[in-house]
Design a protein around this ligand. Structure first.
Ligand code: AMP
Ligand code: ZN
Length: 124
């Protein structure tokens, strides 16, 4: 897609701090992080918003969802529950959709946000 910043990152036409990549998606650090850990998981296929996805994209959305906790764990904000049932860690996942959803970049992406609080209020 011409003039799409995330398509350009996926095509390595503009730089980003890429933390994961496979055939279908990549993850890179948000350029304006709202928290100590803040990265975006982005499909290589251009889809404008979550609302543009169809059942054809179900597997891709599943992969994105499953990658989030894996990378969060690697980056030190994973979620776990100990043998006593005490939960620790954790993170937030977020899709912004459309203007009222606060979407600025119209290429589907999941925000993954975590690390010690406080976080930027607008995303907390
Ligand atoms: P959204 O409001 O959900 O569309 O969020 C877009 C996010 O993309 C924002 O958090 C921006 O900080 C982030 N962003 C914009 N341009 C870049 C870039 N070149 N590299 C990394 N993150 C970016
Ligand atoms: Zn795109």
């Amino acid at each position: 897609m011409d003039n799409c910043i995330f398509c350009k990152i996926a095509a390595k036409q503009i730089p980003a701090q890429i933390i994961y990549e496979d055939d279908d998606m990549l993850a890179f650090n948000d350029i304006n992080p709202a928290a100590p850990v803040h990265f975006l998981i982005v499909p290589k296929k251009h889809l404008a918003t979550l609302a543009d996805c169809t059942t054809n994209d179900a597997a891709l959305l599943g992969k994105i969802s499953l990658l989030a906790p894996k990378l969060a764990q690697e980056l030190g904000c994973g979620y776990s529950m100990d043998e006593k049932g005490v939960a620790t860690g954790g993170f937030k996942t977020l899709f912004n959709i459309g203007p009222d959803g606060g979407q600025e970049v119209y290429h589907l992406h999941m925000h993954v946000i975590g690390g010690p609080r406080p976080w930027r209020r607008s995303l907390a």
